[in-house]
Each structure stands twice: as structure tokens, then as C-alpha cells.
Design a protein around this ligand. Structure first.
Ligand code: PLP
Length: 468
């Protein structure tokens, strides 16, 4: 900070007092929320959800005191939240929020930076650049790979596939950004039969179609079968998956990528959570071969526990990504350094790269490896405990995902409902290759061995209760 001068002196603005008061109030409420987490059911009580009607009323005519808004939010909103920031939420693939990332989010909101342009916010632009590079290194991706920080893996898939579309059509003499897809040479998109629906949504948004894909059969774990790959060429986008949302399994990139590269195909990897296995020496062998791809989508709000929302699109050929994403206008002043908006679909956007920087800075390489290894060990313990209790674990537990069946579909559904209502922990449901299963995804840095034991006992209890 420059020394205070008459020109730049501190002022006692009235807004300062208001902002200070609500920040302190929010901080007190947030601390209380965290303190109470273990003593509440993971899912909100139905009465608390019903209470939301108090907040979902017509917009008042008059202004409301910000302190009253914060009070309403914390007193009515908080109890209707899912206890995701505790240690016993195992639904979907949802990480927690590291202390440094959580606090950085408060600072980012206080600073109110628009992360689109370097000139608008050097701190957001520079920290995002650094955090993207840290991520590239943690994921073991090729040097020179560039990327953008987006809301999550869905948009990361979209962003990276836009670069793929630009590159393959450009090579065929077609400028897709200028001329669209009307009359364009055909591209072929090859995906595994177990591709995540967000990949299909991204293809649809890019005009490549959800149905116009070639689906490759998968094995019992959901891995693409390398022996069943169709012909690949320089007009093909081949989409691989690192970490199946149900089983955690990885497509055999080592067996597929060398030939796909030689054929001139663009290889894209949806690695929403699985790619982070690369951070751990123990689990790194699972990602072998994925570094041969051309683009990668991943999430930082899942395994790295950066908090919502934060995903990354990473692309080997920076020119392709910039060509697909950048925009120009006289008023959008460009500097000499990386311009964040050249790498993402948005122009204006919140500075989530700062939260990513903060969380990774807290963890370091060792901390990221530790989260991966600890959560995978918890998944192993769940699987062993459930098997020992006589239940059927449907997947090879290679990562942090466990699929368990408690009997037929009705019984499994009843156990899940009982468990969710009982409140010790929260797990969701899925159907895996025709079998109804409960999903356990251990993704939060907060989950302790005690949480696992308590939750395991609640699962076994719920299964016993459901048979009575
Ligand atoms: C493999 C895979 N891809 C994409 C996604 C979508 O991620 P997001 O919800 O962050 O957009 C998920 C979510 O679990 C996933 O597991």
C-alpha cells in the first residue's frame, strides 16, 4: 500500500460500517454452522425445508436491512442446507471446501473482482494463471498445456471440445467460429458407452449432437474396450474417461492413445475427479497414458476440495483454445500477459482462480496426494465393512467410489431411503449395468475414520431395519 496522503486517505463512509457489520455477522453465523454440523442430520429435516417458504415469498416493495437478510439466510436457509461441509456426505461426487479456499472465497467476494481481463484485475489474472499451471503439473500433463478456470467439468468439457472442433475443422479448411457448422466437413465423435451425460450435453451445445456419436462398448467396470474401437482418423474426436462416476474406473488410455494419436484423432479426456489420482504416487499408475491426450476437463470442486464452483479446461494446443474462445472489442483493453477471457466461454466471471490458487497453495503436492490416498482408503474400508456384513459390492474399488447392493432393487431403494432419513450420513442411488445400487463417494477432506465407522454402522443398521 502507498503511504496515506491527503489524496488517498481512509474515510469513514457509511457503507463501510454496514459492510463490516454484515461480514462479522456472516462470519459468526458461518462459525456456528460449522460448530453444529456434527450434531445435526446430514440431510435437512423436512420441517426446515418447509420453512424455506418464508424465504420464497413475493419480493418486498421496501428495502430490507442487510443484517436482517443475513439473519434470515442463516436462521432459515442454513438448516435447510445439506451438511456437505461435514464429514459424512457421500452423495454424487462432491468435495468439501478447504479452509484456505473458503476464506479466499470471502476475500474474492469482498474484492469483487471481474476475472475476465488482466487489466481489470491483475491479481485474479495472475493467480489463475499460476493455479492452472499448478494443476497441469499435479495432473502430470504435458508442459505448455494451457487452460481456463470455469464453473465445473460440464463447461470444461464444452470448452475443451470447442478447441477440438476448431482444430479438426480448421485442418479440413473450415473456419467453424466464422461460418458455423452449416455445410462443414463432417466430424466423427467416439465415446465410451459409459460417458458422463455432461459430455453428451457439451457435444449437443457444440452442434455435434448427442446421438451422432459412435459408442464403444465397455467392460464390467465401465471401461472402454480397446479391442472394440472403431476406425479413427484426422476427423475424429475420441473422448476418454478418467474416473467413471459410478465405479471410479479408468478407460485404458495407455492401450488406446498411441494409436489414436498416430491416426491424427483429437483425444479428449473427461477426468472430472479421476485425473487427480495423478497427484498420488500410489494411484498415479491409474492415469497412465492420459497425458497423451490433446485436452482434458476436470473439477477442482470435487477431489481438490476447492469449494463450489471450480473446474478447469486444459488444452495442449493453446492456439486452438484461444481461437475457439477469444473475443475482441475496442473497449476490451488487452495487455501483454495471458488474458483470462481467451480461455473460457465467459467474458465477465468471478475470480474462482484465486480460490483454486489458495486451496492448492494450502495443500501443496503432499496435501493433494494425502487427500487422494486417505479418501481412497476410506472407500476401501467401506467396501470391506459392507462385504463383511454380507452385502454385495458391485465394483472393483480402485478409487474413492463404492457401489453396494443390499439385495434386490426394492430392498436397496428402501435401505437408501432409511439411511437418508436417519441422518448419520447421506448416500445416493444409481443403477449400475442393470442393478440398483447405493453409491458411496468419499471426496471430502473432512471425512475421518470415525465418520466412516459411524456411517458404516448406520448403513448396516439401515439394511437390517429394512429387512424387518
Ligand atoms: C466423469 C464426470 N464428468 C463430468 C461431470 C460433471 O461435473 P460438473 O457437475 O462439475 O459439471 C461429473 C460429475 O460428477 C463426472 O463424474
Amino acid at each position: 500500500m502507498p503511504p496515506e496522503t491527503a489524496k488517498f486517505a481512509k474515510k469513514q463512509r457509511p457503507e463501510l460500517a454496514i459492510r463490516t457489520a454484515v461480514l462479522k455477522q456472516a462470519s459468526d453465523s458461518a462459525v456456528k454452522y460449522l460448530e453444529d454440523l456434527d450434531a445435526r442430520p446430514v440431510a435437512p429435516e423436512p420441517a426446515s425445508v418447509d420453512d424455506l417458504l418464508k424465504l420464497c415469498a413475493p419480493l418486498p416493495e421496501a428495502e430490507t436491512d442487510p443484517a436482517e437478510v443475513v439473519r434470515l439466510l442463516s436462521e432459515v436457509g442454513g438448516p435447510a442446507s445439506m451438511a456437505i461441509s461435514g464429514g459424512r456426505f457421500f452423495g454424487f461426487v462432491i468435495g468439501g471446501c478447504l479452509p484456505a479456499a473458503m476464506a479466499a472465497s470471502w476475500l474474492v467476494n469482498t474484492w469483487d473482482q471481474n476475472a475476465g481481463l488482466w487489466v481489470a484485475t491483475p491479481v485474479a489474472a495472475e493467480l489463475e494463471d499460476t493455479a492452472v499451471e499448478w494443476t497441469r503439473e499435479l495432473l502430470g500433463l504435458p508442459e505448455g498445456t494451457v487452460g481456463g478456470v470455469v464453473t465445473g467439468a460440464t463447461v470444461a468439457n464444452f470448452t475443451a471440445l470447442a478447441a477440438a472442433r476448431h482444430h479438426l475443422l480448421g485442418r479440413a479448411g473450415w473456419d467453424v467460429e466464422a461460418d458455423g457448422l452449416f455445410g462443414a466437413p463432417e466430424l466423427r465423435v467416439v465415446i465410451g458407452d459409459e460417458a458422463h451425460p455432461s459430455l453428451l450435453k457439451s457435444l449437443a451445445m457444440l452442434g455435434l449432437g448427442k446421438k451422432r456419436v459412435v459408442r464403444v462398448p465397455v467392460d464390467r467396470q465401465g471401461r472402454m474396450r480397446a479391442d472394440a474401437l472403431p476406425h479413427l482418423d484426422e476427423r475424429t474426436i475420441l473422448c476418454l474417461q478418467a474416473g467413471n462416476v459410478n465405479t471410479g474406473a479408468f478407460d485404458p488410455a495407455g492401450a488406446i492413445c498411441p494409436a489414436a494419436r498416430a491416426a491424427g484423432a483429437w483425444i479428449h479426456v473427461d477426468g472430472a475427479f479421476g485425473l487427480w489420482a495423478a497427484a498420488s504416487p500410489k494411484y498415479r499408475p491409474l492415469v497412465k497414458g492420459f497425458d497423451l491426450a490433446d485436452s482434458w476437463a476436470t473439477d477442482a470442486h470435487k477431489w481438490p476440495n476447492i469449494g463450489y464452483d471450480c473446474g478447469l479446461a486444459l488444452v495442449r494446443d493453446g492456439a486452438a483454445l484461444r481461437a475457439a474462445m477469444s473475443l475482441r472489442a475496442a473497449y476490451l483493453e488487452r495487455g501483454e500477459r495471458r488474458e483470462p477471457a481467451d480461455y473460457t466461454p465467459e467474458l465477465s466471471r468471478r475470480a474462482r482462480g484465486i480460490e483454486l490458487w489458495a486451496g492448492l497453495r494450502q495443500l501443496g503436492k503432499a496435501g493433494m496426494a494425502e487427500i487422494v490416498e486417505r479418501t481412497c482408503a476410506h472407500a476401501q474400508r467401506f467396501a470391506a465393512g459392507l462385504k463383511a456384513a454380507g452385502f454385495n459390492v458391485l465394483n472393483e474399488v480402485v478409487l474413492n467410489q463404492v457401489l453396494v447392493s443390499f439385495g434386490d432393487a426394492d430392498k436397496t431403494t428402501r435401505v437408501i431411503a432409511r439411511l437418508q432419513n436417519e441422518g448419520t450420513c447421506w448416500c445416493g442411488q444409481t443403477v449400475w449395468q442393470g442393478k440398483t445400487a447405493m453409491r458411496i463417494s468419499v471426496s471430502s477432506w473432512v471425512t475421518s475414520e470415525d465418520d466412516v465407522e459411524l456411517s458404516l454402522a448406520a448403513m448396516i443398521d439401515a439394511a437390517g431395519e429394512s429387512s424387518r
